[in-house]
Design a protein around this ligand. Structure first.
Ligand code: SAM
Length: 220
């Protein structure tokens, strides 16, 4: 199978035709082999525009949504970025091809270890994977130019806003079930944030101290 052609087709059908224009995002999606981020045996589904199961009851997000989140984060080559919810590592891998450094935090140790192995195999050296509760951010590496949260929170965790640089962008799904919305918060001063609604989404829950509890009905 010629994965480069399949990948280019996926980018054309599910990313550019659906309105993604940011060339750095499109370039990263052409470059990162998504088939390396799905469980063995699922490679043939790697380029469908759908979430896929990655174990631990979690999913690798749909390519279009990942592209949208990265475009809306306005990533620059010099940026230091935090991703909350490493999952398979695919989104962090994309960010690492655009930005200077990625910190990625995942609550499931097994997923974090797998993602770390994938990055090593691909030679992506500008990603640090941490195991922990990303609803509290990652204070020791803050502040960030952008924070991308790949799981849905009941409300915006305070620490994530506090860990943004001035001008920094936080992309986060907020709310549960059908009412979940993708939001962008831009830090406009020490205490002020501009809030924008980017549309309806459906992410697995963000489970943590400043998020949903582990007894969330969607959590398995
Ligand atoms: N970005 C991932 C990818 O590209 O494969 C997909 C992320 S998946 C939709 C959401 C991830 O968030 C899951 O792996 C889940 O375990 C993780 N998660 C949920 N709550 C978390 C928390 N408080 N801190 C860190 N990770 C969390």
């Amino acid at each position: 199978m010629d994965m480069t052609r399949i990948r280019d087709r996926m980018v054309e059908h599910h990313v550019t035709r659906r309105g993604i224009r940011d060339q750095s995002v499109i370039g990263a999606m052409r470059m990162v082999p998504r088939e390396n981020f799905v469980p063995p045996g699922s490679e043939e589904f790697a380029y469908e525009d759908a979430p896929l199961s990655i174990g631990e009851g979690q999913t690798i997000s749909q390519p279009f949504i990942v592209a949208l989140m990265l475009e809306k984060a306005n990533l620059n080559a010099g940026d230091k970025v935090l991703e909350v919810g490493t999952g398979s590592g695919y989104a962090s891998a994309l960010i690492s091809r655009i930005a200077r450094h990625v910190y990625s935090i995942e609550r499931h140790e097994k997923l974090a270890l797998q993602a770390r192995e994938r990055f090593e195999k691909l030679g992506y050296r500008n990603i640090d994977v941490h195991v922990g509760d990303g609803s509290k951010g990652l204070a020791k590496a803050a502040p960030f130019d952008a924070i991308i949260v790949s799981a849905g929170a009941p409300k915006v965790p305070t620490a994530l806003k506090e860990q943004l640089h001035l001008g920094g962008r936080l992309i986060i799904p907020v709310g549960g079930g059908e009412g979940q919305r993708l939001k962008r918060f831009t830090r406009t001063s020490a205490a002020a944030f501009e809030e924008e609604d980017l549309g309806g989404v459906r992410f697995v829950p963000l489970i943590g101290e400043d998020a949903w509890t582990a007894s969330h009905p969607m959590y398995t």
